[in-house]
Ligand binder design. Structure first.
Ligand code: ASP
Length: 289
């Protein structure tokens, strides 16, 4: 693996869903801000795993996005969130499912990287959050407008390591206790220094049934990020469902694909003077690999 080769890339998504035209600039701006903050970590020589957590925390605090503060409610009117992080250097994974009352589920997931289990759900996740002193959710949080707007991030740092993270309130009106694709490795995310990284948003049951992140990682070395992302989205032809994927190769090249009408995304990289953002893959098409 190269060390400090000066190459870094970070890609953020703010969910695969329809976004009203008047709201698009705001979604893009939120993603751009997350990419800027996460990108700063990488520009300073920081680790991919720190950058993806940092970027996702920014989005968890923005009420437009269905994660953290903006999380939608389940059928019982309760916010239950899923989040995960994966370190491509060690293949360590930390995830939480159906966790309640924390401001930054992604940071609880991050703390799980040091533990043997890869996923804690419900009360167990809550007890772990309490044990690490996780910050409680703001009691006045307002759920986002609904739809698929999970947030996620993938990054490649200057040491050649990749990482992925995701965070979501899940699907609005979901069954109590339901856990989607977001914290499931090989479904909503995956990261492996030898192949690259991927993060997804969309209908979690379809993403899990198609094992979309796993298929992306297997395809990446031969196909490259764009074709791997497109192939994963094409798999939804078998299950139905809307989704979007952001994909990164070990050299920092990236690709984006979705079958939803919009997919808010942003990229920051050593070769860009500032993050570029949009609400459709085409908005960033000129920078794909
Ligand atoms: N993938 C998420 C889930 O099914 C939803 C989303 O992307 O908004 O939980």
């Amino acid at each position: 693996m190269p060390t400090d080769d000066g190459i870094w890339t970070l890609v953020v998504h703010g969910g695969a869903r329809f976004i009203l035209e008047q709201d698009r600039a705001r979604f893009a701006a939120g993603c751009a801000e997350a990419a800027r903050v996460g990108g700063d970590v990488l520009a300073r020589g920081g680790r991919a795993i720190d950058a993806v957590e940092t970027a996702v925390r920014v989005l968890e605090d923005l009420p437009d996005f269905n994660a953290g503060t903006g999380s939608v409610r389940n059928v019982a009117g309760i916010v239950e969130m899923d989040a995960a992080v994966m370190d491509g250097e060690t293949l360590a994974i930390g995830g939480v499912g159906a966790i309640r009352d924390v401001r930054h589920p992604v940071s609880v997931a991050r703390a799980m990287l040091d533990e043997t289990p890869i996923l804690l759900v419900g009360d167990g996740a809550g007890q772990f959050a309490e044990h690490i002193g996780a910050e409680p959710a703001d009691a006045g949080s307002i759920p986002a407008s609904g739809g698929c707007d999970t947030v996620g991030c993938i990054a490649r740092d200057q040491s050649g390591h990749v990482a992925a993270a995701g965070s979501t309130g899940g699907l609005e009106g979901k069954m109590a206790g339901r856990v989607g694709d977001t914290p499931l490795p090989g479904c909503g995310l995956y990261a492996d220094d030898r192949a690259g990284a991927a993060a997804l948003s969309g209908e979690g049951e379809s993403i899990a049934r198609g094992m979309l992140a796993a298929h992306i990682l297997f395809a990446l070395p031969d196909s490259g990020p764009l074709a791997a992302a497109q192939m994963a989205i094409a798999r939804l032809g078998r299950t139905g469902g809307e989704a979007g994927a952001i994909v990164l190769d070990p050299d920092g090249g990236f690709g984006i694909a979705h079958n939803s009408e919009q997919f808010s995304v942003a990229v920051a990289a050593h070769w860009l003077d500032a993050p570029r953002a949009g609400t459709h893959a085409d908005d960033l098409r000129e920078w794909f690999t």
